[in-house]
Design a protein around this ligand. Structure first.
Ligand SMILES: Cc1cc2nc3c(=O)[nH]c(=O)nc-3n(C[C@H](O)[C@H](O)[C@H](O)COP(=O)(O)O)c2cc1C
Length: 345
């Protein structure tokens, strides 16, 4: 065993010289030189994630409660994205805020949060930053608010800031910033000078041309993309004949949106790869097979959101099956799986 491992180290250098990860991987497999366990760490916007799994904003609060679930470990997670945060505290929307749908859920929480200063002063100091990374999710009603939230989080232990551009722009009659590529880029431009931390722009599937929005926010200085946020939907109570959700519409998440998310990821991958920009793929992932589909389509990191409501211990299960898949396919590390989608010419 010792000899084989030694040989593996020695051969690895030759295989890299021979060129191409996949060729190297195949030769290594033929020579039975695969490492015991595939490497699941991944580089993302200048950060090193210990695993590709990222817990999504709004699905794990401010990183405190889910850690009490027995069997859960932050060390299985590359990063945790905190609940969407605005400059001032917000009480959120009137109920109902959540409604279960076939294969998914609608939510309209309305960004309930205690405000950026409270998060920074009273929540972040108590989080286990040695176990995983925590990222902020920045929101605003004006460009100035987005900029100020970025400035505040810059001086905090979060290692990245995700920008939720699916917020109503109060100066433009409530149209979501993310619906217009130029407006989306302006949000990034406003935040960029305020922080050296990686900015991850979260794209909405609800606009006409997601690839164009991706291009605009990348050119405005975004270091990474999150693809996708929820789809807008609604539900009706047939007895009262009223919308079920207090806000009338809500964001649809969960398995129902997975095919849309994969397609939007595929559409943004080309432009992101051209600029060497990583993507946090998300939307309806509830098992390892889903996660692998996203990785193949081009997700550098894998977001788990609504799937955690079905099963809070999902991360460990996804990691175990992902490692089995990589081993079975003679792929020595997760990075070599990313964007390996084959499209017939
Ligand atoms: C209850 C709930 C609250 C959410 N809150 C936020 C939020 O504050 N900020 C944000 O950018 N996305 C928010 N999202 C969207 C998720 O982060 C994620 O992008 C989306 O749900 C798609 O992934 P999923 O299908 O795996 O849940 C929320 C989703 C849910 C279900």
């Amino acid at each position: 065993m010792y000899v084989v491992t030694g040989l593996a180290r020695q051969y690895k250098a030759y295989l890299i010289v021979i060129g191409g990860h996949r060729l190297g991987g195949r030769l290594a497999a033929m020579l039975h030189l695969m490492p015991d366990k595939p490497d699941l760490s991944v580089a993302f916007a200048g950060l090193k994630l210990q695993t590709p799994l990222v817990l999504l904003s709004g699905c794990v609060g401010f990183g405190e409660e889910y850690t009490r679930v027995e069997g859960f470990s932050n060390r299985d997670i590359g990063a945790v994205i905190l609940k969407g945060t605005t400059l001032k505290p917000r009480l959120g929307n009137a109920p109902h805020r959540i409604y279960e749908t076939p294969s998914g859920m609608l939510n309209a929480i309305g960004l309930q949060n205690p405000g950026a200063r409270h998060v920074i002063e009273h929540i972040l100091p108590h989080l286990p930053h040695d176990e995983t990374q925590f990222w902020a999710n920045a929101n605003g009603s004006t460009l100035e608010e987005y900029a100020e939230v970025a400035r505040l989080f810059d001086d905090s232990p979060v290692t990245a800031i995700e920008i939720n551009i699916s917020c109503p722009n109060v100066k433009e009659g409530g149209v979501h910033f993310g619906n217009d590529p130029v407006m989306a880029a302006k949000v990034v431009e406003a935040m960029r000078p305020m922080t050296k931390k990686p900015l991850i722009t979260k794209l909405s599937p609800n606009n006409a041309d997601i690839a164009e929005t991706a291009r605009c926010v990348i050119e405005a200085g975004s270091d990474a993309l999150s693809v996708i946020n929820t789809l807008v939907g609604m539900a009706v109570d047939i007895e009262s004949r009223r919308p079920v959700i207090g806000n009338i519409s809500g964001g649809l998440s969960g398995p129902a949106i997975k095919p849309v998310a994969l397609w939007k990821l595929h559409q943004t991958r080309t432009i992101a790869a051209k600029h060497d920009i990583p993507i946090l793929g998300q939307g309806g992932i509830t098992n390892a097979r889903d996660a692998i589909e996203f990785a193949i389509t081009g997700a550098d990191a894998i977001g788990l959101g609504t799937g955690l409501f079905y099963d809070p211990l999902l991360p460990r299960k996804v990691l175990d099956r992902l490692a089995e898949y990589l081993t079975a396919h003679n792929i020595s590390n997760y990075t070599n799986l990313i964007g390996t989608l084959e499209i017939q010419a």
